[in-house]
Write a protein that binds this ligand. Structure first.
Ligand SMILES: Cc1cc2nc3c(=O)[nH]c(=O)nc-3n(C[C@H](O)[C@H](O)[C@H](O)COP(=O)(O)O)c2cc1C
Length: 208
């Protein structure tokens, strides 16, 4: 059976989280996985994916609405595969010095689907970012880039390694799966085949 693809789905308002998702996708590909990196709003169904990494930028302490809608819409499918989450946001070095938790709504879904992990990465606010609140944050000197691509790659490498183990275990368990036991109906028809055919075969052999 061909290896299933890994989905890296993200929500990003100003593009910084998109680059984090790209970096995660690149690391998974280098490890040999077949990867699709797509905005959450572009993903219709998860049938072709065997695992997923889902992330969003943080705004006012929450994931973006389309990322939360994605999780709710696909919760049943995500529950059946290995899933990792990431958030991106802090405009300071807090994500480097502590393990920042996922927002409450994400943590609840993570617990329900048995997600394998969550990481918060530093964020980025460009001096020319558009938006009402962005304008005031820029004027308040909150611009800068706290994304640490070395740490992002290390995290993605760890995800890739765990995923490889998981896929190997799955294909091993498929390889040694016992063959289905014949049903009573199959057994009686195969007995009938033997008992009915044998005299005929003997008869044919005798007439040759
Ligand atoms: C209006 C606004 C609200 C934000 N709220 C948070 C927040 O609650 N927590 C956080 O860690 N970062 C917050 N940030 C920082 C963003 O998450 C950060 O800029 C992120 O990298 C943006 O990602 P994007 O470019 O993919 O949209 C906020 C930024 C803005 C502009």
């Amino acid at each position: 059976m061909a290896e299933m693809s890994v989905l890296v789905a993200y929500a990003s308002k100003h593009g910084s989280t998109e680059l984090i998702a790209d970096a995660i996708g690149d690391a998974l590909r280098r490890a040999g996985h077949d990867v699709d990196v797509r905005p959450v709003s572009d993903v219709r169904d998860l049938a072709r994916y065997g695992a997923a990494v889902v992330g969003s930028a943080l705004y006012i302490g929450r994931w973006q609405g389309d990322a939360l809608r994605f999780l709710r819409r696909h919760e049943a499918s995500l529950a059946g595969m290995p899933v990792w989450f990431f958030s991106s946001g802090p405009l300071d070095d807090s994500a480097e010095t502590a393990q920042l938790p996922a927002p409450k709504a994400v943590a609840e879904i993570a617990a329900r689907i048995g997600a394998r992990g969550h990481a918060t990465f530093g964020g980025h606010l460009a001096p020319d970012a558009r938006g009402f609140v962005e304008h005031f944050m820029i004027r308040g000197g909150r611009t800068g880039d706290w994304r640490n691509f070395e740490r992002i790659e290390m995290w993605a490498d760890a995800v890739a390694a765990k995923l490889a183990l998981q896929l190997r275990a799955r294909s091993w368990s498929q390889a040694v799966k016992p063959r289905p036991v014949a049903t009573a109906a199959q057994e009686s028809s195969s007995r009938a085949f033997c008992t009915n055919r044998r005299p005929e075969a003997i008869r044919q052999a005798a007439t040759v």
